[in-house]
Design a protein around this ligand. Sequence first.
Ligand SMILES: NC(=O)c1ccc[n+]([C@@H]2O[C@H](COP(=O)([O-])OP(=O)(O)OC[C@H]3O[C@@H](n4cnc5c(N)ncnc54)[C@H](O)[C@@H]3O)[C@@H](O)[C@H]2O)c1
Length: 282
Amino acid sequence: MDLSKRFPQKRVIITGAGSGIGRVLAHEFAKKQWNIVIAEINDNRAKETADQIKNLGGKAIIVHCDVTKPADIDKTIETAIKELGGVDIMINNAGVSAGGFMEKISLEDWNWILDINLKSVIYGCRSVIPLFKKQKSGYIINVASYAGLVCLPEMSSYNVAKAGVIAISETLRTELSPLGIGVSVVCPSFIKTNLMDQFRSPDVRQRNLAQGFFNKSIMSVEAVARCIIRSASRNKMYILPQIDAKCVWWSKRHFPRLYFKSSAFVYKKGLVEKFLGVNPDA
Ligand SMILES: NC(=O)c1ccc[n+]([C@@H]2O[C@H](COP(=O)([O-])OP(=O)(O)OC[C@H]3O[C@@H](n4cnc5c(N)ncnc54)[C@H](O)[C@@H]3O)[C@@H](O)[C@H]2O)c1
């Protein structure tokens, strides 16, 4: 069912709405006159998104929110209750990216990515579920990544964080179903956004590879955002906007032995960097 019909009060919280997928999701909701709470750590970017929302016909409320702080997430939800009377959709989207060989990723960087990409989703869900139970309605959209489904090499910390987000979403999909509360998990492959700005890796190699993937990406962030909203309105569990992600995940599920054999071959022969046209160690 169309989300605006299902939730006529049209209230959505989007974490990390100051850029990329979060910002463009905000645009799409604004076009349908939704009330959007921007929960963002970067105040300047949050303000830009708020101005764009207003120009598109939506209402914007900014909450300065660091998603690694449970108190900031609680404050975001309290603001939505005070200003809008509740929340219909919670989109746990804020995130960063990282790469590196397993043994070289520092423990500090492990904590950094798990805090921002995984624990933030735990905080977001813990904080909003009591409200959704009280309202007897609501929808959670967690933005993970296809990296959490297929676990690409040299990306262990990012893969683990996103696999955790998928596990939370799968758990809640059943746990919240008796109450009619919806849950979807978004698993995109590479999309050109500002995600590389905060990218961390011990070697330049992973940055070059990631940049190569971003340069090859063809689906626009607008098309991804529209796909997310359309899929949530159809109550889809797994949202994979791009065909490449769908194909790789399909082959891993149906032919796991062949999948791991062929990915090892491709990795050993350096075929990915050839395809991307990059010299990762340069
Ligand atoms: N771009 C891709 O290729 C891609 C692919 C798969 C998944 N994703 C996921 O999509 C989500 C959005 O990423 P994006 O590509 O739009 O990147 P982006 O960098 O353009 O946007 C991320 C936003 O999150 C905000 N943010 C970062 N740390 C925060 C914190 N501690 N508290 C609050 N806000 C914070 C940033 O300020 C930024 O506005 C992320 O979870 C990312 O992992 C992106």
